[in-house]
Design a protein. Structure first.
Length: 459
């Protein structure tokens, strides 16, 4: 992209030199202020396009430790300098035009060579205006856009000078000065427009209408509760977009990463030069249940909890739960963990909330073990079948696996219960079976049951 911009700027310098020499010579030969002012405008283009070329080379440098957003604003500074030249030129042409009208001493000699220069100049200006405007839009270069503006103004100026020549040939030499004044006004207006756009960039003004467009793009992103802030700024060809969103605080981290990627993709699909930064703030939603809030608090503190019971009493809220801690901790250490969790829950739900924790030893999640011998496995499987029959409703004990660890035996098995039973009653049945088995076989560390619905008779 930078190579295309540099080539466009270099060709503009060459075109400006050719036009300036031609117009300057023709203006001196004819004595036309309009043509001389047009030549001065073209001379300004030589300086401006040279400055543009240098600015584009400097702006292409990557970001560094001192310029975190790159060097793109050098192009805006160059465009602002061109604006200053435009205003100076406009003032000089206007003063000379008024002086000639006041003194009425202007004489114009029209030569076909001057007309030929103007026609060639119009053709070159039109070519450069179209080319620069295209490259500026493709690359987002403000400096090239300023150059395109210069050449478009040159095009109009040259047409107006031709009109002045025609008026002078018809016996109205004062038309030359009037055209020169018109050229000065046009230059001033063009300079004002360029200055306003350039200053907007230097002052980090958001591009017109772009903020609303991006907000509309992000309205339907799943998981985004609100767009808290949206900031846009231009730096050369780059558009920096900073989006601050609010998300549910219960959202998993991997889901949040996906949401951020979706936002960046949506913006880049429309503005391919955008560099998007997304920050997220967790927010408690009205639809969060007390259970979700308690589980989130525990997850943040990295303590496993289960059997969370929430009671809405007449004057307060009551929360009770089972807290699992390392079985090797002392009671004092475990109580400290429980107290910290209780305090965090009260901070979230209110100081009047009643919180009770039941401390349980946490079963080691990673153990080194091996399959037990077949005699042990068969003995435990038979005991499971016997106790299940005594309890009733638990049938088809199968897939019994027994592993030996340094802490004791771990038993895994599958069983079946009637599918219409609710989960709570099924859990009570399985807990009873687990208790009976542990009472008979003392060295069992843990029992993991997988309950399945009873199969239909025809299956």
């Amino acid at each position: 992209m930078s190579n295309a911009k540099e080539k466009a700027a270099l060709s503009s310098i060459l075109a400006s030199v050719v036009i300036t020499i031609g117009k300057g010579g023709a203006g001196l030969a004819t004595g036309s202020l309009a043509l001389i002012s047009d030549a001065a405008h073209s001379l300004l283009d030589v300086a401006a396009t040279t400055m543009t070329w240098l600015a584009i080379r400097a702006a292409a440098k990557p970001a560094d430790e001192e310029h975190h957003y790159g060097h793109g604003k050098i192009e805006s500074i160059a465009a602002l300098a061109e604006t200053a030249f435009l205003f100076l030129l406009s003032g000089a042409v206007a003063v000379e035009g008024v002086r000639r009208l006041w003194q009425d001493t202007a004489t114009i000699e029209i030569h076909w060579a001057a007309i030929a220069v103007l026609l060639v100049s119009i053709a070159i200006d039109a070519w450069r205006w179209i080319t620069l405007n295209r490259v500026a839009k493709e690359t987002g270069s403000e400096a090239l856009a300023a150059d395109a503006l210069h050449f478009s103004s040159d095009l109009i100026n040259s047409v107006m000078v031709l009109l002045a020549f025609g008026a002078a040939a018809l016996g109205y030499p004062e038309a030359d000065a009037l055209v020169a004044l018109g050229v000065s006004v046009f230059i001033a207006i063009a300079g004002y427009r360029l200055a306003r756009r350039t200053l907007d960039t230097l002052l980090d003004a958001a591009p017109a209408g772009m903020t609303l467009t991006i907000r509309e793009l992000l309205n339907d992103v799943p998981g985004v509760v609100a767009i808290d802030d949206l900031r846009l700024r231009r730096a050369g060809t780059d558009l920096f977009v900073e989006v601050a969103i609010a998300v549910a605080r219960t959202m998993p981290l991997d889901r949040l990463t996906h949401v951020k990627e979706m936002i960046s993709a949506k913006i880049n699909n429309v503005f391919n030069d955008a560099r998007v930064t997304v920050s997220a703030t967790p927010r408690a939603l009205d639809e969060e249940t007390i259970l979700e809030r308690v589980l989130l608090i525990a997850a943040k503190r990295r303590v496993p909890v289960h059997h969370v019971t929430v009671q809405n009493l007449a004057d307060r809220l009551s929360v009770s739960l089972d807290l699992e801690v390392d079985g090797h901790l002392t009671l004092g250490e475990a109580h400290s963990i429980a107290s910290q969790l209780e305090f965090a829950i009260q901070e979230e739900l209110g100081p009047t909330t009643e919180v009770e924790t039941h401390i349980e030893p946490l079963v080691v999640s990673s153990l080194t073990g091996k399959d037990s011998d077949e005699v042990t496995r068969t003995h435990i499987a038979d005991a499971l079948v016997r106790h299940a029959a005594a309890i009733g409703e638990i049938t088809d004990i199968h897939s019994v696996r027994v592993r030996e660890t340094g802490h004791g035996l771990i038993v895994n098995y599958h069983c079946r219960v009637a599918p219409e039973r609710d989960v709570t009653s099924v859990h009570e049945l399985v807990d009873r079976l687990e208790h009976d088995l542990k009472s008979e076989i003392k060295n069992i560390l843990r029992i993991v049951s997988h309950t399945e619905p009873v199969r239909p008779a025809n299956s």
